[in-house]
Design a protein around this ligand. Sequence first.
Ligand SMILES: [Zn+2]
Length: 442
Amino acid sequence: MVDLVVRSRRAVTPAGESPAAIVVSGGRIVAVEPYEAEIPADQQVDLGDTALLPGLVDTHVHVNEPGRTEWEGFASATRAAAAGGVTAIVDMPLNSLPPTVNAEALRIKQKAAAGQIHVDVGFWGGAIPGNAPDLPALHEAGVFGFKAFLADSGVPEFPPVDPAQLATALAAVDAQFVVHAEDPYHLHEAVSSSSYADFLASRPPEAEHAAVATAIEAARAAGARVHILHLSAATALPLIAQAKADGVRVTAETCPHYLTLEAGLIPAGATEFKCCPPIRDSANADLLWAALAEGLITCVVSDHSPCTPELKRQDTGDFAAAWGGIASVQLGLPVIWTAARARGHSLADVVSWMARRPADLVGLTGKGRLAVGADADLVAFEPDATFVVDPQALHHRNPVTPYAGKELQGVVTRTWLRGTAVTGDQPGGRFLSRIPTREDVA
Ligand SMILES: [Zn+2]
């Protein structure tokens, strides 16, 4: 007898949305059967018209533990993720102390996370000046690629690198070059101001355009794989399209805030909207949506990057002084679903952008899909239910989010991690590695 059968009239499989029964044994999906099929199991769940999605895979999360755990920690970040329908995250190498720039730092991070993760957690490595000798060992330790900056990262322990040198080093081991694409020569000193427009003017689209061009040329010359993080400026899209056409291995992600928030509507002093690169205008967002629809942008991830209310300078509302980062790991799915359905997209589109494609980006082909052989990471989702975002009700460590008070569509009612319902009592998450320990599904 199998462990669990979950039925839904709206199961989102790689073939699209249809009635199905997902059969789970040993934490994995062992069969996808017709909705009405009789299947003896220890546990039967019938979701009826509630949708069943694969758990989302969020490859851009800053957990910040150890070292800046008061910003966000593994327990709070992964509980928030599970509550938001995310069953796997990949943690960014910076803002924790130490940053994940060598194999020892990765071990320290995993030790900090052990026993308190509610979803599966993988890690990006970091590239900084001087750590080139550490990269092969960190790569072998299972990180999914290496993040680097071309401009100031915001924290002193993670300086920018020379992209050409890094791309060459990463190409040697075929590791992903993962880049925060803002070029310092096009960034201006932000003036102390509570006006969002003043902050926006300090980080023009040219900064992204130039950095995307630099990163692509470095990857092209070295034969490296390059992934453009959190793309905001749509003016850089033609560069990506051309590079792809030329055969350069380039992928790009964007985030819920770039797709759904508008620069012109950000209130004075509302530093919860500050992130880098910045949120731009609605015409820019329309172009990002079009690129997502045609596959030029690969995936949508949160770039969950919280801090304390003090560091957001909520007292003064000074955009120049505030930490740049938006907290949203628990809200990405309803934020995107609300906007996506208004634009005529399906739940299957959202699953593709937020589950299957980010999983594929990091080679986790056994995640992010309701398919035989995949992990039984499942999400019950009521697409038509609505709720108003109450920051105090989020599991994020700090109740600071630009989505506060917004009415969103789509409610996650239950999340299973490898066949076990996530309740918040038993942290059942495991570490994910680039190096598979079992057969991946095709
Ligand atoms: Zn980030």
